[in-house]
Design a protein around this ligand. Structure first.
Ligand SMILES: NC(=O)c1ccc[n+]([C@@H]2O[C@H](COP(=O)([O-])OP(=O)(O)OC[C@H]3O[C@@H](n4cnc5c(N)ncnc54)[C@H](OP(=O)(O)O)[C@@H]3O)[C@@H](O)[C@H]2O)c1
Length: 342
């Protein structure tokens, strides 16, 4: 069976999700929609994607730029079995009406509140909860990173308490209008929204988060302190759990990966179908310590891409395309060049 997928919004996330959809043997891309004839519109056409007019966009502007449109987003949506809403934060809620009218399944992103969908989703944690649902929300980049780690730690060792400090990138690399370019900005909402968001997937996880924004565009970094209920025998036991789980990449000390610049350099060198992105949680083996039941570890999260495989798995769950999470995750990861666990 092949499902028809429309990507509504073609920015940082949408363009990656569209590319990923074209790599799936069980999916067909109907088209992508955006409001303006920017360079991404030209790239979409060069890739052979049909381009549709989104939101308050003006057809004239596309005509003047010589960018042909295949129709309106409403027309694109009517052709689809499922729409991936990749519109800016909170715009997905306005778009939800279009999906209801067209009676198509819809997958929203983490910029929307949890109540936009029947289920908040992270493939390792709750694939089955999304099976057959008509509305699903793939949680944000930071929440995805924590949910993946929780899907490893909670069943293996139990979590008595989890404190995460989230060091957030100031902007995505192409966002020249955003900052800060100097300074560290604490997020004065305490706890930050990330902890409660993780609970949209793990309702009883005792997690609290604080956040700050720093002048970098590459990645977020999480500083985690987790008090486990069943102390592992050694740090190696914890590392082994992460190593054997899809979508984790562990850097060894000798690799000289001092921080996020080398993580992204590694991803660029790796190349392949993954657009030089780092879709795995990146952990440092020498950045993980165990002190009795107290586990400390850092993880780096590539905000532009970590949710891309999750969106593909969310499509498989809602459309009943895979027998289980492991099958979908393996299929997605093979198609995107994410290595299988060691
Ligand atoms: N960027 C991240 O780090 C990140 C990570 C994880 C999750 N998310 C979430 O993913 C979602 C998309 O974020 P993004 O960073 O990809 O945003 P983005 O780069 O600003 O892209 C948004 C896209 O939506 C289009 N758009 C504008 N109005 C629209 C409408 N009414 N209907 C449909 N599309 C519309 C824009 O069109 P134009 O191209 O014509 O402007 C653009 O293509 C948000 O919920 C965000 O929170 C973002």
């Amino acid at each position: 069976m092949t499902v028809k997928v429309a990507v509504h919004g073609y920015g940082t996330i949408g363009k990656r999700v569209a590319d990923a959809v074209t790599r799936q043997s069980d999916m067909k891309l109907v088209g992508v929609a955006k409001t303006r004839p920017s360079h991404e519109a030209r790239s979409a056409l060069a890739k052979g994607y049909k381009l549709f007019l989104a939101g308050a966009g003006q057809r004239d502007a596309f005509d003047r730029a010589g960018i042909p449109l295949a129709g309106t987003a409403a027309e694109m949506i009517r052709e689809a079995d499922v729409v991936i809403d990749c519109a800016p934060d909170k715009v997905g809620r306005e778009n939800a009406r279009l999906y209801q009218e067209a009676k198509v399944a819809a997958i929203f992103q983490g910029g929307e509140k949890a109540d936009i969908a029947e289920v908040s989703f992270s493939a390792l944690a709750n694939f089955e909860a999304a099976r057959g649902k008509r509305t699903v929300r793939v949680v944000s980049c930071n929440t995805t990173g924590i949910a993946r780690a929780a899907a490893v730690l909670e069943p293996a060792f139990g979590v008595a308490h989890w404190e995460a400090t989230i060091v957030r990138r100031g902007a995505d690399p192409a966002e020249s209008h955003k900052g800060p370019i100097n300074g560290i900005l604490p997020t004065f909402k305490l706890p930050s929204h990330h902890g409660p968001d993780v609970k949209s997937i793990f309702p009883s996880l005792p997690i609290t988060t604080i956040a700050m924004v720093v002048p970098t565009t590459l990645m977020h970094v999480h500083v985690n302190h987790v008090k486990l209920t069943r102390a592992p025998a050694s740090a190696s036991e914890v590392l082994e759990r992460f190593r054997k789980t899809p979508r984790f990449h562990l850097f060894r000390e000798w690799e000289g990966v001092e921080g996020t610049p080398q993580v992204m350099e590694f991803a660029r060198d790796r190349g392949g179908p993954g657009r030089s992105d780092m879709m795995e949680n990146a952990l440092w083996e020498n950045g993980l310590r165990l002190d009795g039941p107290d586990l400390y570890f850092f993880q780096a999260i590539h905000q532009e891409s970590i949710v891309v495989p999750e969106n593909i798995d969310a499509i498989r769950a809602t459309m009943n395309l895979a027998p289980d999470a492991a099958t979908s995750i393996a299929q997605t990861d093979r198609s995107l060049g994410i290595p299988a666990p060691e």
